[in-house]
Structure formats: C-alpha cells, structure tokens
Design a protein around this ligand. Structure first.
Ligand code: NAD
Length: 477
C-alpha cells in the first residue's frame, strides 16, 4: 500500500528545459515546489536536464563544435597560410568532453534547485486523479503519493522507432546512440533529413564518415522558406553529404559487420550496405505511462496531451508544457517559455507567449535560422510583400572569416513595411536571428532595422544590408 507523503503547492513531473524552468519560476514566487525526474546517465547517476541536455540538443552541440574544429584544421586553414600536420581524432576523448560538459551543466542545475529550495525527487512520477502524483523510486521500486494544488506535466519526448528498421543499438541506432559512437563509421546512412538527421550528418560527415541521408519527402526541408532550403541543399551537397530525396526506407537488416538498407524512390528499389544506420524520423511525446487510466487525462491519437491556449489540460490544476503538446514545435526554448508562462499563471499573472515569433535553428555548418512566415506561405495568402536579400559574399566580416556561404532574407508587408519573416543561412545564423526576433516582437518595420546602427565589421551587417536591400538601397551590393 503506497504511503502518503508531503503536500506541495506545485509538483513538476520532468526536469528537462521546460520542467526545470517551470520549477525555478514557481520557486521564485515562493511556491513550495517539487520536481520529479528519473533520468539516469551512462553511469547510472541521477541527472537533471532531460534529453535536451543529456542526449539531445546540448550533447549534439558539443560534438558539432568538436567536429567543426577538426574539419577546419583538415580543410579550411591552408588558405590562412597555416599548415597543420598529423591531425587525428581521439573519439573517446571527444565523447568524454561532451559528457563532462553535460555533467557540469547538470551540476549547476542541481545547485540552482538547492538554492531555490526545490525538492528534486529522483523517481518516476505518474499522475493519479484528484491532484495526486504517485512516485516510484528507480532502485527500490517503493511507491508513495504526493499531492499538490498544481501539477505541471513536462516529461518531454523520445525518438520514434521505425518498424522496418529495428534498433539494435549496435548497427542500427537511434539519435541518442549516434552521439556516443566509439569509432567514426566509414559509411553511414541516416533515415530522415529533418533537423536531427542533418545535425548528426553534419557531425559525422565532418569527422570523416561517408554520409548518406535517405529522406522520404521529395521536398527538402519543406517547412523552411524554399529559397533557404534550396541554398542549404546546394551547400550540403557541395560539402559531400549524399542527400537522396523521395527515398523511403522499406527495410534495414543487420548482418555480421554491415547493415543492408533497402529504399524505394521513383526509379525503383535500391540497396545500400553501410557500417551504421541512424534512424532519425521524428520524436513522440513521453505519455505512455504518464497518467493512471482513472486520471482521465485527455490525449490525442498520437499521444500528445490535449491543452487549451494556456497549457491547461482537461483536468483542473493540471498543466502540460514542452514537447508533450501541439501548441508549438518541439523546441527547448518553446518549452522554457511555457514553463515560465504556467508558473506565472499559477502565481496569478497572465503573460501569454507569442508563438508567432518563435525562432527555429538547424545547427549545421552553415547554420540555418528563421522566424516568422516564409515567402511561399505569404504568397499563398495573397498578402502583398517586399523582400530584401543580402548574400554573405558581400559582407566584409564573412569574407574575413572565410565563411561566405549563405544569405539573409527579410520579408516585409508591402504597404505598412512590418517585418513578417526573417530567414538566414550562414555562419552564426543562430545568433543573428535574435535581432530579428526582437525586431518582430516590437512590431518593427524593415525601415526600423535599416535605420538601426550595426557595428562594422560584423556578420550582423548582413541583416542591416538585407533591410536596406528591401528598399533597394543596400550600400555594399
Ligand atoms: P523531423 O520530423 O523533422 O524529420 C524526420 C524526417 O524523417 C522527415 O522529413 C520524414 O519525412 C523522414 N522519414 C520518416 N520515415 C522515413 C522513412 N521510412 N524513410 C525515409 N525518410 C523517412 O524529425 P527530427 O529531425 O527527428 O526532429 C524531431 C523534433 O525535434 C522536431 O520537432 C525538431 O524540430 C526537434 N529538434 C529540434 C532541434 C533544433 O532546434 N535544432 C534539434 C533536434 C530536434
């Protein structure tokens, strides 16, 4: 019989970016807060941060940085008059560095929980009815029940499995295992040329793997502005990524040392033999065992938690945030904003999130970042628009860096000049997009951006020049 324990103002289930931010913000309001999370690292130690920190975005980012340095040393420094010899990779050390950085961040998060007097409960949480949560400790399997005025569900998502390519974690692996390889595969195939597939391809291709991306859709990165995805396709191909579009994988089988992958495209069925196969076909919400049946938590047919515009589920006092809902894309920063929003709502403040101005980033090299609407979406509505484009080949800083691939594209309303979308492909696009997000948050016009002084020489001049180009008065083109 489970024993009953403490009462809290707020219980957060899940300590990924969304749950962590929510718990901290609740504690800042003086609410008695607990955060339940059962994540264990490779060594079996309890860790905050969820998949974004431990096996996703942050983990991938640290390896992307290592891969970038290696690639630059082997490909991009001779033109600077710098020669380096005998450059080699110590992959276990590279992976160790990633794990060390993750550990450091996780420790800082744990310190912040202590500082804010948040109870970190290292267990699995399950929503019961009447604002109660059952907790099961990972080791002892003991059960107890906590109750709270408010419960925030933030259990995140995990990679979708493909029945035709069963994961064996040796030859056919998921994106988590793909960040922990002990050798660089000679020949690598990735199913799915979405964000995850491209970021993993960017790591392993740069570290020397022959990399083939098999993407079922004919349109490459179809959610992006098509001019930007077209440029990305060209640049990735030039870098040696083998992008096969309209290629639907129908089976993958592991042999003794290789994986055999069959895929279909317009020309018929093809077979590939590769050393590793990564399945990167999207993510699904972690709602399998999130709530007891008697709780009656409403989910949709794909397992997403049904919420209203204020992240409220069908149950009074129960909220869902981050990857669990369809309120916005599966992005860590969307989850963080929702975590803060719900905490403030509980504390009596209503500061709605502007999902229209949510930035997205693909952390390949060059990076891709965007905010607002695409040219094709705006043309489809019949909206009158003006477009300003500035290529990085004409930006002095990009020339100095030797990173001239890409462009900045700004779309504004034809009459009132309000900025409707900004799309960037190029070095540090993830940083450059912040200015565009801020401009749009303040309902800026392209003229506002054009009249804002930008330091020279910086990459941000490309944003300035794109705004000027929109009125046909770019200075450097
Ligand atoms: P995705 O949906 O973006 O891409 C998966 C791709 O796999 C799709 O294009 C799909 O057509 C393809 N696919 C599916 N089945 C296939 C098959 N049998 N053969 C060939 N292709 C097939 O999913 P993802 O890239 O895994 O990303 C998941 C989520 O995580 C997204 O919402 C993404 O935004 C988010 N995420 C974001 C970041 C970031 O912000 N940089 C990083 C990682 C993940």
């Amino acid at each position: 019989m489970p024993k009953k324990q403490k009462h809290y103002d707020v219980i957060v289930i899940g300590a990924g970016p969304a749950g962590f931010a929510s718990a901290i913000r609740c504690a800042q309001f003086g609410l008695k807060t607990a955060c339940i999370d059962n994540w264990r690292n490779k060594k079996g130690q309890s860790r905050l941060g969820g998949s974004h920190l431990n096996t996703g975005g942050v983990a991938s980012m640290t390896l992307l940085e290592s891969a970038k340095i290696y690639h630059q040393l082997t490909h991009g420094i001779a033109e600077h008059g710098i020669y380096a010899e005998a450059i080699s990779i110590d992959l276990p050390l590279m992976i160790q560095r990633k794990d060390k950085i993750i550990d450091e961040i996780a420790h800082k998060m744990a310190d912040l929980f202590v500082h804010h007097k948040i109870d970190h409960i290292q267990a699995k949480g399950r929503l019961l009815n009447t604002r109660q949560v059952e907790i099961t400790t990972v080791d002892s399997q003991t059960h107890s029940i906590l109750d709270a005025e408010h419960i925030i569900l933030a259990t995140g998502s995990n990679p979708i499995k493909l029945p035709c390519a069963p994961i064996d974690n040796e030859f056919i692996i998921d994106p988590i295992a793909a960040l922990n390889l002990d050798t660089v595969p000679k020949k690598l195939a990735i199913i799915g040329a979405g964000v995850v597939g491209l970021e993993l391809a960017s790591i392993w291709n740069r570290l020397g793997a022959e990399t083939i991306l098999l993407e079922a859709q004919e349109n490459f990165l179809s959610l992006l502005d098509q001019q930007i995805s077209g440029e990305a396709y060209r640049v990735y191909q030039q870098q040696g990524l083998d992008l096969r579009l309209g290629a639907r994988v129908i089976s993958a089988k592991k042999g003794n040392i290789k994986v055999t992958v069959d895929y279909q495209d317009q020309e018929g069925t093809h077979t590939l033999r590769v050393d590793k196969l990564i399945v990167a076909c999207g993510r699904k919400p972690n709602t399998g065992d999130l709530a007891a049946p008697e709780a009656d938590l409403l989910l949709d047919e794909n397992g997403y938690v049904h919420v209203d515009d204020n992240c409220r589920t069908n149950l009074p006092g129960v909220y869902a945030i981050g990857d669990l809902t369809l309120l916005g894309p599966m992005l860590a920063h969307k989850g963080i904003e929702e975590g803060v929003f719900v905490a403030e709502l509980i504390a009596g403040f209503h500061n709605p999130i502007n999902y229209d101005n949510l930035p997205s980033v693909i952390y390949t090299e060059p990076e891709i970042a965007w905010v607002g609407q695409t040219e094709q979406a705006l043309r489809a509505t019949g909206e009158g628009i003006k477009i300003g484009i500035f290529p990085l080949t004409a930006t002095v800083r990009a020339l100095a860096m030797g990173k001239t691939e890409g462009m900045v594209k700004i779309i504004a309303h034809a009459e009132n000049d309000k900025i409707l979308g900004v799309h960037i492909i190029g070095a540090q696009a993830s940083e450059l997009i912040a200015e565009a997000v801020l401009a749009m948050e303040f309902s800026a016009s392209s003229e506002d951006l054009a009249r804002t002084i930008h330091a020279r020489p910086t990459l941000s001049e490309a944003v300035h020049d794109a705004a000027l180009a929109l009125k046909e008065r770019a200075l450097h083109l």
